[in-house]
Design a protein around this ligand. Structure first.
Ligand code: FB9
Length: 508
């Protein structure tokens, strides 16, 4: 370091050299002023040298603060030429003088001050006609005297300091500096200290003569630019753990492209349902239609839509195969639930608890909480004789693990569940109820055509991944969480996610 910056080297040499035959440098400011003569170095160089020499224990140094009163430009003129009030007094002849006459002798700003001060000192009388002396003579131009004393670094009383400061004739100069003494490893010259053990040293075999820089064990290591998880993935991990702890298994959601059949028809969602037009759904141009569907099952779905069955009267419309064949970007992971339930029905029945967390796409207006895609979280339990009570029970268990308690349920409508409920949970952080999801019991018109036994019912619920993440990380605009506008700092520095496990102050 020293060798790279010549000024530093000069400053170090000056400090170490001076201490060779002086016990200390009492004030680095004064020391620098003496050195500044040859203008090569200034106090900053000296200060940096002292800091670095202190770091290597060549010297011991204490920070000192020196205060000094300096005259302002105005103060300097008064010190040189006398105070304006004194000069005014002197300019008034015994017989007095008209103000106009007197004014001519001074420039405006000074004349004003002179009059004010002379009046205050009761030296002068400003009559209607004439300006006259109130006293015969003024012995001492106190202001000038005080200013000169300061100039000669002599002390004056606090009151005088206050008066002169008020007249902006003096200012306090505060200087930071050091007092320096020889340190434990003092040497007149800085010894080149080795920072690393090198091959040459080993070859030269004089390692123990080498002077090694003491390792700075408090130095921060090189920042480890390790990977970091996007907050969404942290919350997703939390939710996966909750599902796995509750004995659920994850459904394979690695297919964004879905056929209308599995995304809508299999869920008993009628083909004229508003969600099935391109205003809400992204339909694919290529490949625009699905290749194969389980024909016998399709037949049963067609029938249940057209004319019902299983005590349902269906929708009574003309169901079109080509509509079901249309490919789209799935609008919900419930499309995967329908596939998995259909597969489950193809073998002897065994109860199942499934979950999915993955992207879904909806052609919606983008706003603070909605993008054209979000991550849906879905849970379903398929078993004999499940009731709405079971659904409510499992929801209370699930959301309690997310720190949401005393849930409230509001009747809702989904084409594929009856009854359906919107779920509301009390959020301590917000101090209010927030909508935390939707749920219901899959309709028999969905389950029976799949081939599931009559007494098997399926309870299910869904929520988004973005909402809990925004709440957990205090993000109020979804565009700050997901997409090209995300600021990487948020990704790099966001706290661990322990939803539901947070202490109160952690709660948002
Ligand atoms: O996530 C939502 N809210 C939410 C969830 C958790 C949370 O914080 C947690 C603990 C800290 C806070 C809020 N919602 C669902 C509710 C609203 O945000 C809603 O306005 C937006 N919804 C999305 C859909 O928007 C069009 C969230 C998304 C949603 C809605 C319904 C389902 C899935 C996602 C579903 C379903 C379903 C129903 C029955 C059967 C199967 C699936």
């Amino acid at each position: 370091m020293a060798d790279s910056d010549p000024k530093r080297a000069i400053a170090e040499e000056a400090v170490l050299g001076y201490l060779q035959n002086h016990p200390e440098i009492p004030d680095s400011q004064l020391f620098a002023d003496q050195l500044a003569a040859d203008g090569k170095i200034n106090h900053d160089d000296i200060a940096n040298a002292i800091k670095s020499l202190t770091g290597h224990k060549y010297v011991d140094s204490q920070e000192i603060t020196t205060e000094k009163w300096l005259l302002t430009e105005e103060g300097k003129t008064y010190a040189a030429n006398g105070s304006p009030e004194m000069r005014l007094f002197m300019a008034i002849p015994q017989e007095g003088i008209t103000k106009e006459e007197l004014q001519k002798k001074f420039d405006a700003s000074v004349f004003k001050i002179a009059c004010a001060q002379a009046a205050k000192n009761k030296w002068v009388d400003f009559g209607k006609q004439l300006v006259t002396r109130k006293i015969q003579r003024v012995d001492d131009d106190r202001v000038q005297t005080l200013l000169l004393r300061i100039q000669n670094e002599k002390d004056i009383s606090q009151d005088d300091i206050k008066a002169l400061t008020k007249r902006k004739l003096i200012v306090l100069q505060v200087k930071k500096g050091f007092s320096v003494r020889r340190g434990p490893t003092y040497a007149p010259k800085r010894k080149k200290i080795a920072t690393d053990l090198t091959r040459d040293m080993l070859q030269r075999g004089n390692v123990d003569e080498e002077d090694f820089k003491p390792p700075n064990l408090n130095a921060n290591g090189a920042p480890t630019e390790g990977g970091c998880l996007h907050p969404l993935l942290k919350v997703r991990k939390q939710l996966k753990d909750i599902f796995l702890q509750m004995g659920f298994e994850e459904m394979p959601t690695n297919r964004y492209v879905e056929s209308s059949f599995w995304n809508f028809d299999a869920l008993f969602q009628p083909q004229q349902h508003p969600a099935r037009d391109s205003h809400d759904t992204f339909f694919l141009k290529v490949p625009s239609t699905t290749k194969e569907l389980p024909e016998d099952y399709v037949e049963r779905v067609k029938r249940i839509h057209e004319s019902g069955g299983y005590q349902s009267r269906g929708y009574g419309y003309d169901w079109k195969r080509e509509e079901a064949n249309k490919n789209l970007l799935r609008t919900h992971t419930t499309a995967i639930s329908s596939r998995m339930l259909y597969l489950l029905a193809q073998k002897p029945f065994s109860p199942k608890k499934y979950f999915s967390i993955d992207r879904v796409f909806r052609n919606e207006a983008v706003d603070r909480t909605h993008l054209a895609e979000f991550h849906q979280i879905e849970g379903l339990i398929c078993d004999r004789g499940l009731t709405l009570g079971d659904l409510i029970g499992v929801l209370e268990d699930f959301f309690s693990r997310l720190g949401m308690s005393n849930l409230k349920f509001k009747p809702a409508y989904n084409p594929y569940t009856e009854p359906s409920m919107e779920i509301f949970g009390y959020h301590k952080g917000f101090g209010k109820y927030v909508e935390i999801g939707n749920s219901g019991m899959f309709r028999p018109e969905m389950l029976l055509p799949m081939g599931l036994p009559e007494d098997v019912s399926v309870i299910a619920w869904g929520l988004s991944l973005e909402r809990p993440t925004m709440i957990r990380y205090g993000i109020d605009n979804i565009r700050d969480l997901f997409g090209h506008k995300v600021d990487l700092a948020l990704i790099k520095k966001n706290p661990i996610c322990r939803i539901g496990l947070e202490s109160d102050e952690e709660k948002l």
